[in-house]
Design a binder for this molecule. Sequence first.
Ligand code: NDP
Length: 611
Amino acid sequence: MTTIPHTASHQAPSREELEALRQRYRAERERRVRPDGVAQYQATDAEFGYYAADPYVAETEAADREPLHDTVDVAVVGGGFGGILAGARLRQRGVGSVRIVETGGDFGGTWYWNRYPGIHCDIESHVYLPMLDETGYVPEWKYAPGEEIRRHAVRVARRSGLYEDALFSTSVTALTLDEATGTWVVATDRGDAFRATYVVTSTGTLSTPKLPGIPGIEDFKGHTFHTSRWDYAYTGGTPDGGMTGLADKRVGVVGTGATGIQVIPMLAQDAGHVHVFQRTPSTVDVRANRRTTARDVGADREGWAHERRENYLRIVSGEPADQDLVADRWTESAGLLEKLLPSFRRQGDREAFEAAYEAADAAKMNELRARVEQTVTDPDTAERLKPWYRYACKRPTFSDQYYDAFNRDNVTLVDTADTHGIERVTEHGVVVGGTTYELDCLIFATGFSVGTSGVLSGKLPVHGRGGTQLLHAWASRGPRTLHGFTSNGFPNLIQMGSLQNASSVNFTHVLDEQAVHAAALVAAAEAGDALVEPSREAEDAWLAALAEDAPDHEWFHAECTPGYYNREGRGRPNGPTAYPHGAHAFHRLLKRWREDSMTEVLQPRTPTKDR
Ligand code: NDP
């Protein structure tokens, strides 16, 4: 029988148990599917102020500056880890002028904006933080707090000299190719219109906060904010807690995803009372965070971080590995990530694989439901906290404090599944099942819009050869790229992100490989006085490679409980969206291509570069 690699070895359920689970999962899904699907959400830029000015920048700091009209070698759009790594890898290649443009007031991306109490990364810090070998930094915790990660982003940027030319509190509004000079004109919301020979975009995947379109949400007269713009001026305290401003407050939290499960235990400690409005319970596995030393991770050896990161990627991409250096619940459950990541290496015969996969999935979910029962003392609350869906339907979460929070007298779980979420918000509180919960403060841990950041949403228009807009060029036949990075008609535009390449739960690793690749493309073009632009044939060949062997995950996600993985219950269409053999194999493919075939994207530069 086909084996599921690296799957927890819990007792496999019987055929009858599996059938009962399938039925229960279907019934639980029906409680949550809404006819309005993704339209149930709204952006946070409404006039009621959820998307207030950058809380980390004083108005004076973001004050007017003269617009720039100069020329740089490379413009990088986005100053999160992707943009920083692109800058760092370009510097290593000797590229002189790199200008990163970032909406926030500093580097860090998601770690700049998200500073909610309890914020940590649940991917091991020794593999999540990039460039540890180069910077010599050894993280202090197995799972780093957000501030340590943000400081590391700053460290890498500083070390690579990226502050010198960076533009903060600035958003790129358009990228336009000037064919006469062969340069890109980068327009921003601060009136800049500078030129760049190359543009690298890294505009994030989950960065625009979203709110549920609950009737009456604008009417709430208490205090309210989204977790990605935490209002410490109101709550007091820091990401480590001490929110004295909440001591006498009735606080409501909407959302129990990866953010909610980190925030709720912190609120439970500090707030007068916490009402947790839950629609779908997360799976909450063991986290076991602990202090780590350089010795624990073998940080005295050269290349230790590279080796650890590669080992982790192998395992979470479904490739066999001799050892498991990280050894946590991600790696232990890696065999259940096949449906979560379109790029996961499948093993063996399809039918046998699916049967083994479902059995392992059920065993894992039984273990997670048992964890709730063992921790939460009130049986009714425990029952409502149990997740009833297949493991990869929702992003897995990890916490050793979350369930304990529900044993406190000042925490109440309000199940909103039967009403498909909160029914109504009033001036004074929240209505669920006809009951009004009066609140002083309402916090939305409701996540981010998928695919609305930057280029792929159309928010940042890109005009290439002949003035053609990138998304228009793709309108009839879908996105067309070579390896996800470059597209015909858009010379010297290099896109980073998760389109038509391979992704992983350790996204910073993926971004670093992309940065290495982007820098190699620029360096090769510079050396050959050429343009980077794939032919249509090269794009066709890449799309064919993606389609061949593409996994069929459509049926799986169509049966899943609603969420952003399946367009709120509508399913996730198959398509050539990702390299089907996993991120580890994709990185090998890129490396080989750089060694053997990179010249295929180098075109003669006409007119000759003139700057
Ligand atoms: P999510 O989108 O994962 O969760 C949103 C939550 O809001 C869900 O629980 C959702 O319920 C709930 N919700 C939405 N609308 C309503 C409604 N009308 N009534 C009641 N509840 C509602 O957002 P997160 O911010 O938690 O996480 C976003 C992503 O950020 C994660 O998937 C992860 O990729 C990343 N992240 C990573 C962390 C890490 O440690 N690496 C930490 C935190 C976040 P339902 O599920 O029913 O839709």
